[in-house]
Write a protein that binds this ligand. Structure first.
Ligand code: ADP
Ligand code: ADP
Length: 233
């Protein structure tokens, strides 16, 4: 589903060069739920940004479903991102003066074709149902708990039915009960067929995924399959 081949990522700012990823190879299969762990600054966000086609590697190839996207133009990348990838962030990134329903509709505004107002509302309503928030559609983000905000953000991520979900510390701002709730929803999305890549600092959350990749200094230093009990197999 997502293949990274010999990736190198260098950030250049005036005279400073930072090597964020180096000789990184990773293959993620369709339907996997995988967590990425590692100390701050080891390249986790950079890796997620490359998989999400938000940034390009300095060297190497990014492939989505076997298609190398490195040569794609911005417009093609944007289209692919819009159709196939849903993003979830630690800090939710909801728009405070839009209702829950309007927030969830946002990704559909960037789609051409059949998305009329009525069909957008219907799709957004269905996405909110999947995260158990049908009863909060007219609320505003400030009226929700952190866990509810993240559920709205998940609804927004899945409203366009992407097959890949990228989550950057989705439980990082939540207490453990709310974090567990978010993990339950992600596990349900995985069961329904989504491929999910989650960056986390939380071992407990990582153990609820099927595979744990550890990064250090921009390279993969560990890659283990987790059993259903979260143990190494
Ligand atoms: P993590 O998500 O694991 O904390 P990042 O991917 O954010 O790590 O960062 C990896 C390295 O790249 C760090 O040394 C960071 O300072 C650097 N870096 C990240 N983004 C930029 C940027 N836009 N410009 C320059 N350096 C960056
Ligand atoms: P944090 O996890 O510290 O809250 P964010 O979730 O805000 O950080 O951002 C994680 C990464 O995603 C950053 O590298 C940022 O540039 C990128 N990003 C944040 N918001 C958006 C967005 N709306 N669309 C695309 N990329 C974003």
């Amino acid at each position: 589903m997502i293949t990274l081949k010999n990736i190198e990522k260098v950030y250049r700012t005036s005279s400073i060069e930072t090597l964020a990823l180096t000789r990184l190879n990773l293959h993620i299969q369709a339907g996997e739920f995988i967590s990425i762990m590692g100390p701050s600054g080891c390249g986790k966000s950079t890796l997620l940004n490359l998989m999400g086609l938000l940034d390009a590697p300095s060297q190497g190839q990014v492939e989505i479903s076997g298609q190398a996207v490195t040569q794609y133009r911005d417009k093609e990348l944007a289209r692919l991102r819009n159709q196939r990838i849903g993003f979830i962030f630690q800090s939710f990134h909801l728009i405070n003066d839009l209702s829950v329903l309007d927030n969830v509709e946002i990704p559909l505004l960037y789609r051409k074709g059949d998305a009329t107002g009525a069909s957008r509302r219907q799709l957004a309503g269905e996405a909110l149902e999947r995260v158990g928030l049908s009863n909060r559609m007219k609320h505003f983000p400030s009226q929700l708990s952190g866990g509810q905000k993240q559920r709205v953000a998940i609804a927004r991520a899945i409203v366009g039915r992407p097959d890949i979900i990228l989550a950057d510390e989705p439980t990082g701002n939540l207490d453990s009960a709310m974090g567990t709730e978010i993990m339950n929803i992600l596990q349900q999305l995985k069961a329904d067929g989504s491929t999910i890549v989650m960056v986390t600092h939380d071992e407990t959350m990582a153990k609820r995924t099927q595979r744990l990749v550890r990064l250090f200094d921009g390279a993969v230093v560990g890659d283990s399959v987790l059993g259903s009990e979260g143990k190494k197999v």
